[in-house]
Design a protein around this ligand. Structure first.
Ligand code: ADP
Length: 164
């Protein structure tokens, strides 16, 4: 039940200086940060990261995502916690910011719609990426982090979240 998930604070989150407020939410809920760094993604790296978006959403959206992810540095994180993949996706909210409920990261800090993005030929700037399945998490963590960049340490969560 303990899971690891990959989170990226995309260039809009970094440029809007929202990284601290977003990271705070994950710490508040009791997730443990086991890896974190600022990264400027290359085209190749961004393309590998979004490979499945090309399959699911088509070449145009893939290209927009690859360009946007490279627009500036991103904060890459690995979070660990109980069923962390589902928990983080719930905290992030739906892909279309307009539809993401208040209380979610996308719902609280962004409001673009699919219609607006389509009309303006742009990607929805929804601040954050989070792995969507165990398979994706495994692949994405390996893409962004080496084993040496993931740390084991004791936090209060060992007692109050993960233990008795
Ligand atoms: P999510 O990030 O919620 O898992 P996807 O993996 O399906 O969603 O899509 C990757 C990213 O592509 C989204 O976070 C969003 O920024 C962008 N995106 C997806 N669909 C569209 C669309 N129809 N128009 C513009 N941008 C889109």
């Amino acid at each position: 039940m303990m899971e690891r998930t990959l989170v990226l604070l995309k260039p809009d989150a970094v440029q809007r200086a929202l990284t601290g407020r977003i990271i705070q939410r994950f710490e508040d809920v009791g997730l443990k940060i086991i890896g974190m760094k600022l990264v400027q993604a290359s085209r190749e790296h961004a393309t590998t990261h979004y490979a499945d978006v090309g399959v699911r959403r088509g070449a145009k959206i893939l290209e927009q995502n690859v360009n946007f992810l490279q627009e500036g540095p991103v904060v890459a994180m690995v979070l660990e916690g109980i069923q962390a993949i589902e928990l983080v996706r719930k905290m992030v909210g739906s892909t279309e910011s307009k539809a993401a409920p208040p209380g979610t990261i996308r719902g609280d800090f962004s409001h673009q719609s699919y219609a607006y993005a389509d009309t303006h030929n742009m990607v929805i700037k929804n601040l954050i990426h989070a792995s969507s399945s165990q398979d994706d998490a495994k692949k994405e963590i390996a893409l962004w982090f080496s084993e040496k960049e993931l740390y084991a340490y004791k936090s209060v969560h060992e007692k109050h979240t993960f233990g008795k």
